[in-house]
Ligand binder design. Sequence first.
Ligand code: GAL
Length: 827
Amino acid sequence: MFFLPKLHQRVFLRESSMVIGMLIFTVCQLKAQGYREIEQLKKGWFFAKQEMPDALSSQLNGPGWTEVTVPHDWAISGPFSRDNDQQSVRVTEDGEAKEKLRIGRTGGLPFFGIGWYRRLLPITAKDKGKNITVEFDGAMSNARIFLNGKFVGEWPYGYTSFQFNITPYVNWNGINVLAVRLENQERSSRWYPGAGLYRMVRLVKTNAVHVSHWGTFITTPSITSREAKINIRTQICNELHNNKAIVIRQEIYDPKGHIKGSSASVKHLSGKLNVSNQIVVANPELWSAEHPALYRVKTTVLSSSKILDVYYTTFGIRDIRFSPDRGMTVNGIKTKLKGVCLHDDLGALGMAFNKAGLRHRLKLLKAMGCNAIRGTHNPHAPEMLKLCDEMGFYYIDEAFDEWRIPKVENGYHRLFDNWAEKDLQAMIERDRNHPALIMYSIGNEIKEATTPDGAEIAKYLTMICKRADPTRPVTAGINVLEPAIDYGFAKVLDIPGWNYKPEQYSRIHQLLPDKPLYGSETASTVSSRGAYHLPAAKASMKIWPDNQASSYDLEYCSWSQLPDVEWMNQDKNKFVLGEFVWTGTDYLGEPSPYNDNWPSRSSYFGMIDLAGLPKDRYYLYQSRWSRKKVLHVLPHWNWPERVGKIVPVFVYTNYPEAELFINGKSFGRKRFKTDELLNRYRLRWDSAIYQPGELKVVAYDAHGRIAATRSVKTAKEPARIVLEADRNRLVKGVDDLCYVTVKIVDREGNLCPDAENLVSFEVSGSGTLRAVDNGNPATTEPFQANYRKAFNGKLMAIIQAGEHKGIIKIRAFAKQLSRTEITVKVR
Ligand code: GAL
């Protein structure tokens, strides 16, 4: 049965002895009935990408409507065009003195305009008396919701989750048609925002008495190794507004699913009611990024022995503290934020949310040693927080990129006055139970920070945060130092975040001695996977004729720095909590520094390219962040035009020493030099002389013993295709994905580093080819195609499992190369 800790046994018995009987009843009953029906509305939608005169009619699939599945991004299939959403702007954050034309700023995709979605809802006469809501995890954007032709409500900001109660509009004996009108404006974003019902939509049926939407708030006011006090505040709602006696019973389950405590209270309810319960958990298993242990609260609402609702909330028990001098501690252990910023798009999938796609991305980041994510610059899909809880990442939830002063003509400033409170509250109420969540960011590079109004608005937003969740600090990403301090903006925040200010860390610490600090955005170093340009020189805003930034990792933006500068300053200033690198993966839009150089249409900032293939920089961060031993060598070794000439060689490693050999000839051993910026975190052989053959690096441990070796060989002609699936077992029916890396290799299996063969795919059996990409930020080739050119020898095929179990066959072929086939199981 269940276990009641002493304290609560007392509380519980005092409240009512009749409850015990009910509790026993509860346990028996739960398996039998669905008290809360939740249906994901994925299939059966009809879509039209224009204003539709028949949009509110009950006929779903008239002329002009096509069937789609949700999540859906109407713009990701393109076509790309330089004319899509050109923006002529002066970006002061980038230090621009005058207006410039930005092409590809939002990805060059047709995300703007009107889109309608319609769907039949499975509601029958049997549901009469139920409370029916529709939940949207996000809808891009300016959503207007209709049921049976009647206006239900609107939600303009495309990134927040929202729900509407549609009960009053339901046709109990007939057909119920949900219609959603969306409209995206041009010049409304600084990156690709996507378009459509791009996140999950759900139909939820409950009894009239039920736990409110996002109705629980769990806090852990005291934690010791012996016990943790868990406060559970629950809002119960009675839609009938009649006076009803109810019992609210709560049980806590540990990570293994065992009950660790419970509590119950009896209440009278006529509208909305907040109920607080406290449960003590003995010997709690603490959550951290290293050990993501998750607990669950099961809330049962009963009336006259009848179960009315069952509602689950996942949470974690952890103690996270921030100190201006000592940095961050997690459960008493000093922890650095080794974080990345991420925008929401999933590369070739666009904004159409896919959990397996996000998991794939987070897995790569985790393997790099990353332990934190800043979800820029807007609330992300709820699954992002779920995955951070499960996989172990600290997470910053960010609400806005703009307040009242615009960055883009049709940006959030148009909504700020009427919606900021609702949007911020929605973000917090949705997310506040996630142990991964460590701070709320009320904005990124907010222009008001440099005005007298900034501090007042920041106070107002901070008040909203604290009201919804007093337990978490409030932050913002700041890019202007003096004004943000002089006008009092930074002071309002619990933890000001600093964008691109590593050289100022010690000064900021002096100016704001009572505030912890961290790099909310760092580096913005740019590179294209596998593209090496000579000379390999440190350069700001470097433009190369092929629109590719060099993978020697020495190019950055005028407002930003190399990782080396950031790290040197973090190492000097140990109080820094850590950093969030811009960015973990490339994203659609913002192709700085190639902002007016079409066809550049996606970013160069990622450590991982848009296709999900790690760039060299991935290993540079891994060498600093991971406990794993890392030895990575660059560039490739195919330089026919440079025989006998210099080709610098870099090694990213956490071994203390390495030696370079070219065709067996040593170019010397190297160690890190703390007094030379570019030799502090990388080992560089700037005068290596190219000869075709073998580039080999040998790493030595602290005792001078050989610890690891890596070699790169000069590749011959492309001969065959290699397919490597990241997973060979997928799950049916849940849009599960595997990422198949495609490599063009020579006869001996060496990667052909400049191969650009056109590869075609045939996918059959229990899955389909969802999208292709090669990580090239400067191409207009479509993502939705069964072919793709290799980019610097590699590309990616994203395969989606179908509805049935079986085998997926993936075949790849290209002219003059031998074809390859692999299989993946679907269970
Ligand atoms: C920052 C900004 C980010 C992105 C980045 C590129 O200033 O906050 O959104 O634009 O620059 O380096």
